[in-house]
Unconditional design. Structure first.
Length: 109
């Protein structure tokens, strides 16, 4: 996790720094539904590279938003899920969905 000194003074800027790119938001959208495996996320997120997905998941994990669980199986299975902190972002993403739907409806009328 980042220290307080590493974060911007503005709370909106802090949120944007943590989740403010396209891929992180879409990863969070998927993880709100259930835990996902890496290749499931990669297939679902059309256009994301393996490198960007790996970097995004690592960043979200370092910031305490996503957890990574490795199961001792052969072959090994890894799942990504939201932490309690990540789950607390549900209202933000729900509001974005509502706004996006209203915007699209306005454009279609």
């Amino acid at each position: 996790m980042k220290t307080k000194d590493e974060l911007p003074d503005c709370p909106v800027a802090t949120t944007v720094q943590l989740i403010g790119n396209k891929w992180k938001l879409l990863i969070l959208r998927d993880l709100l539904a259930r835990p996902w495996r890496f290749n499931e996320l990669r297939r679902d997120l059309d256009g994301i590279s393996q490198k960007v997905l790996t970097e995004s998941l690592r960043s979200l994990e370092e910031d305490g938003i996503v957890s990574r669980t490795v199961y001792a199986e052969v072959p090994p299975r890894v799942e990504y899920a939201l932490t309690d902190l990540g789950e607390s972002m549900r209202p933000i993403l729900d509001a974005m969905q509502v706004w996006g739907n209203a915007y699209k409806a306005q454009k279609n009328s």
